[in-house]
Design a protein around this ligand. Structure first.
Ligand SMILES: Nc1nc2c(c(=O)[nH]1)N[C@H]1C(S)=C(S)[C@@H](COP(=O)(O)OP(=O)(O)OC[C@H]3O[C@@H](n4cnc5c(N)ncnc54)[C@H](O)[C@@H]3O)O[C@H]1N2
Ligand code: MOO
Length: 443
């Protein structure tokens, strides 16, 4: 049974949902059902159409590992050597040969020398002796056990051992981590801290990465002024520009900030065309709804672009537009600050990742229990800023929302821990219902 199925309610009746989505990481939003209102496409369908426009950036570059943090591997990286490269000691102690421990202990072995990590000597262990060895030092030929220092007693120039060590104890064998030729990381993997450490362990000083995705963005709206400016009555400070600047501040993105454009079709078209020449992905905010000042759909068409998604059954974010202009994908996010944020977070970021060639599947969602009870109108999948609360006895956290009227309330976002997803079919969320939660990872 779908875990989330039991949370979907329609007319008081529990509906067991399955998603018809073909996406590898679909939203079980219920939007693919008959309840999606006319003219709107489901969140899954919008994503599917957006991703269908994606051709990942083809150009690659070979760069040193110390400049590759956060970049996307263009090809898989394989281990050229076994790891570890050589048998080495897992402990500070004494390298011994079991054959030297004749009869019943205790045994006394003279210490013939010392081997520290980094010593390059490959001399064998002299018969009948022990070598003082340190963690990470190459185990000398002939040695088949390392005895921890604490298990020995030092006396004069020798050590006493009272217990026979196991064969191979405290020796990390060459190749036990990875055999030569094993794939370290697949193409499409982002070089995060763990991936970088693995590449470094395997001696990869250079890696082949895809070039950064170019994302050009601009805000639209004659009412917008930049933060810090004095406002006339009716004007507001531009917040979407700063949300996008922050969201695009990524190692695998080259962001091109094209500023703010008033609601003038000629200026919007000129900016859109310039952006499409400069970028793989063009993102604008505002001007995508149905009002007389919402010019972006007409501007996109006039510039020779095509519209592939016009409205999405999500709340907030209904007037989201996805299209193409020249070689670039175009995303027209709604102007309301929370709507712009949610549509970027849920759909835009996924398209940008696909353009970058990122193929890893990071866990994006957790299961939580509703900490509230609320009736709602079915039809659109909701993404509500929510805060995580306490854990129940099974280790599941509750999530609480302040209100479901969120699209203009930017103040809610900064307080929230993530977005709570309410499937489109649901007509009531009851206390304790299990829901999906998209945590924010950006602080
Ligand atoms: N008759 C209808 N009106 C509206 C509908 C509808 O279906 N029928 N949809 C509503 C929904 S839902 C949304 S969302 C908005 C989206 O409208 P637009 O994308 O055209 O956005 P604007 O009208 O340009 O702006 C909406 C709102 O957001 C403010 N805004 C815009 N840009 C910024 C920015 N960069 N920083 C801060 N705030 C911004 C703007 O001043 C407006 O208040 O349409 C509804 N209307
Ligand atoms: O869809 Mo709008 O984004 O609800 O405010």
């Amino acid at each position: 049974m779908n875990l989330l199925g039991s949370t979907l309610r329609r007319g008081g009746e529990i509906v067991h949902m399955t998603s018809s989505s073909t996406l590898s990481d679909p939203f079980y939003c219920g939007c693919d059902t008959e309840l999606v209102p006319d003219g709107l496409v489901s969140v899954d369908e919008a994503l599917r159409r957006g991703l269908a426009l994606v051709m990942p950036v083809g150009e690659v570059e070979r760069i040193p590992l110390d400049r590759a943090h956060g970049r996307v591997l263009a090809e898989s990286e394989n281990a050229e050597t076994p790891l570890p490269l050589f048998d080495n000691s897992a402990m500070d102690g004494y390298a011994v040969r079991l054959a030297d421990l004749v009869g019943k202990g205790p045994w006394h072995l003279p210490v013939a020398g010392r081997l520290a990590a980094g010593d390059t000597s490959a001399a064998p262990l002299p018969p009948g002796t022990a070598l003082h060895i340190f963690t990470g030092a190459a185990v000398p030929p002939g040695c088949n056990a390392v005895v921890m220092q604490e298990m020995t007693r030092l006396e004069g120039d020798g050590i006493w051992l009272s217990r026979r060590p196991e064969r191979g104890s405290n020796i990390r064998r060459a190749g036990e981590d990875l055999a030569a030729g094993t794939q370290l990381l697949p193409a499409g993997r982002r070089i995060g801290p763990r991936a970088a450490a693995l590449l470094a362990c395997a001696g990869c000083g250079e890696v082949t990465v895809r070039r950064r995705v170019r994302v050009a963005f601009f805000s639209t709206g004659s009412e917008l002024r930049e933060p810090g400016a004095r406002l006339e009555h009716g004007q507001i400070w531009n917040s979407n520009r700063y949300h996008l600047q922050g969201s695009l501040d990524l190692p695998w993105v080259d962001a091109v900030d094209m500023g703010c454009v008033p609601d003038k079709p000629e200026q919007l078209r000129e900016t859109l065309e310039r952006a499409s020449h400069a970028a793989d992905l063009v993102v604008s905010t505002g001007g995508v709804s149905v009002g007389g000042e919402d010019h972006m759909p007409a501007v996109l068409r006039a510039a020779g672009g095509s519209i592939h998604v016009r409205k999405v059954a999500m709340k907030p974010g209904k007037p989201l537009m996805i299209g193409r202009i020249g070689a670039a994908i175009y995303l027209g996010l709604p102007g309301n600050p929370v709507s712009a944020f949610v549509t970027w977070h849920v759909i835009g970021a996924r398209i940008a990742e696909a353009l970058a060639g990122i193929s890893e599947r990071t866990p994006r969602r957790i299961i939580v229990r509703a900490g509230f009870d609320r009736p709602r109108h079915p039809g659109r999948c909701e993404f509500l800023p929510a805060c995580l609360g306490s854990y129940d006895g099974c280790g599941t956290r509750t999530a609480d929302i302040v209100t479901s009227e969120v699209s203009h309330r930017a103040g809610l976002l900064a307080k929230a821990d993530g977005l709570l997803m309410i499937p489109s079919e649901t007509d009531r969320v009851q206390l304790g219902d299990m829901l999906e939660f998209l945590p924010f990872h950006d602080g």
